[in-house]
Design a protein around this ligand. Sequence first.
Ligand SMILES: CC(C)(COP(=O)(O)OP(=O)(O)OC[C@H]1O[C@@H](n2cnc3c(N)ncnc32)[C@H](O)[C@@H]1OP(=O)(O)O)[C@@H](O)C(=O)NCCC(=O)NCCS
Length: 170
Amino acid sequence: MLEEGPLDAAIHDRQGFECGVPSLDEYLKRLAEQHRRKGISATYVLVDSQARGVILGYYTLSAAELGVERLADEDGRRLPHHPVPCIRLGRLACRADQRGQGLGKLLLGCAVDRCLQAREQIAAHALVVDAIDASARDFHAHFGFRPLRDAALTLYLPLGRARHGRTRPR
Ligand SMILES: CC(C)(COP(=O)(O)OP(=O)(O)OC[C@H]1O[C@@H](n2cnc3c(N)ncnc32)[C@H](O)[C@@H]1OP(=O)(O)O)[C@@H](O)C(=O)NCCC(=O)NCCS
């Protein structure tokens, strides 16, 4: 059974993770734990309950904000004219040898679920992602993320339209 939860340096083998994008591997190995302690970003990992040490994929979440003028017209229309609170999906990656099996979709669904839970206590209008390249942009667009007006690789998903429990671990 797959499980998703906070990165725990005592259990999860960060050094063994390879997604094919060196900066994302390095982040997990060298910075994720430090950033958690400093309140820069929270890292969540996906593992199999039969082999909890092996990280199958991970994502990070942080507080963020977006200028309302950067949203598409129809999304910005009824919002106050100052930056709107958001949550940033800073990183998202699956093991290179596990691609194409739905793990990216699962991780994204878990991230959205966490954001929906968080916004019950602290307001957040959208989930924002800085895609590292066109392929990552297309992946997020596939799930309804929209590009900002002024930055084609930064996309957002209005959380008011997202639903809980779409893709929880099986
Ligand atoms: C991007 C990434 C997380 C996708 O994970 P994955 O497990 O291979 O993707 P999944 O199998 O979950 O695919 C889910 C769906 O997205 C689609 N998809 C996957 N990659 C896609 C892409 N690059 N562009 C468009 N759609 C894509 C799949 O066709 C599938 O569609 P379906 O649900 O309609 O069948 C993974 O390729 C990865 O880790 N890449 C390296 C790191 C990276 O680029 N991260 C993004 C950082 S912003």
